[in-house]
Design a protein around this ligand. Structure first.
Ligand code: ADP
Ligand code: MG
Length: 317
């Protein structure tokens, strides 16, 4: 597409790169002694956002979900590339999208160094790169039997907002207003990820739902887990809807939270609380890693809560 479009909307100073947007390739000088963490995430209209969503919000979210992967690895954000397909050259849309994108980028210190722009159904594909000291990345395969399981922030808000938007859950408007930002403007837990280096044994970000994403840690680490449903942190407004099965599903298995789920030995509890304070985010202990396999969710009455592992369907009350 036109170079003027790229120059206007996607070209910013990149002091952290040798060469940014404008040549055949960006030139990056990896930080000596660091490993490079690299991840891509693609967002499609109709699947990850709808045509009427605000372009600034789409810009925010598309970079936020990528930064969340760096956070889950304990990496410091450095560089991003952006491949975007647009049905038409819409200056107002691009201006707002770039505003949301660069506000996120500036906040987390990541520089857009290149990409591709083409005509087509609205598609956004971002690749992010970050620094992590050798041996300190927060991998999925490091959980050990006896580890505490922790989660940052609150769960279920984004999924509740989506259920409300799709008419699957009735909410008072004043309540919906409290959960909608979680869906449209997620916060990647970058500072927490960095602070957990050398403290957490394993970590993942919650993009598909707590049960599904924790299961990835369990599979990669060859361990099992027991969760306490009542220990799962939620906004107070979410608590008032927990009598509804769909709301309980949102907390256990709803996607789009972008919180970190991580594990660590019990003797590191103080270090974790200090890391959370440093990162200015709350953390909650929600269960324990066990030897063997399987994921059990305990209800308040001490009975296992039946659930559907993929998380999208009903579990009994
Ligand atoms: P080429 O044909 O060599 O791939 P392009 O015309 O696609 O070059 O891109 C020109 C320059 O603009 C390149 O440096 C590329 O990385 C950058 N670029 C293209 N699209 C984007 C975008 N959406 N965001 C950031 N940089 C972009
Ligand atoms: Mg190109």
């Amino acid at each position: 597409m036109e170079f003027s479009l790229i120059a206007k909307h996607f070209t910013r100073p990149t002091p952290g790169a040798v060469l940014g947007v404008g040549d055949d390739c960006a030139l990056l000088a990896p930080t000596p002694g660091m490993q490079l963490a690299v991840s891509s995430d693609m967002l499609l209209e109709g699947r990850h956002f709808s045509p009427q969503d605000s372009p600034a919000g789409i810009g925010h979210k598309s970079l936020a979900v990528n930064l969340s992967d760096l956070a889950a690895m304990g990496a410091t954000p450095r560089w991003a590339t952006l491949a975007i397909a647009l049905p038409e050259e819409n200056d107002a849309w691009l201006t707002a999208f770039a505003r949301g994108f660069f506000r996120m980028a500036d906040q987390y210190g990541i520089e857009l160094v290149g990409g591709d722009t083409t005509r087509g159904a609205l598609t956004i594909s971002i690749t992010v790169m970050g620094d992590v000291p050798p041996g300190q990345a927060l991998r999925r395969d490091g959980a050990r039997a006896g580890d505490d399981i922790w989660v940052s922030g609150v769960l279920g808000s984004a999924a509740l907002a989506l259920a409300y938007r799709q008419g699957r859950l009735f909410m008072e408007q004043i309540d919906a207003a409290k959960v909608l930002p979680a869906l449209y403007l997620p916060t990647p837990r970058v500072a927490l990820g960095v602070a957990l280096r050398g403290i957490a044994n394993s970590a993942i970000d919650i993009s598909d739902g707590l049960l599904a994403d924790l299961s990835h840690i369990l599979d990669r680490s060859s361990v099992g887990a027991q969760l306490e449903f009542d220990a799962l942190p939620t906004l107070p407004v979410v608590q008032t809807y927990l009598h509804e099965a769909v709301a309980r599903e949102c907390v256990l298995a709803g996607g789009d939270d972008y919180e970190l789920c991580f594990t660590a030995p019990a003797e590191r509890r103080d270090a974790i609380l200090a890391a959370a304070t440093q990162a200015n985010v709350t953390v909650s202990r929600i269960g324990r890693i066990s030897a063997g396999s399987g994921l059990t969710v305990m209800a308040a009455d001490g009975q296992p809560l039946p659930y559907d592992k993929t998380g999208y369907d009903h579990f009994a009350a």
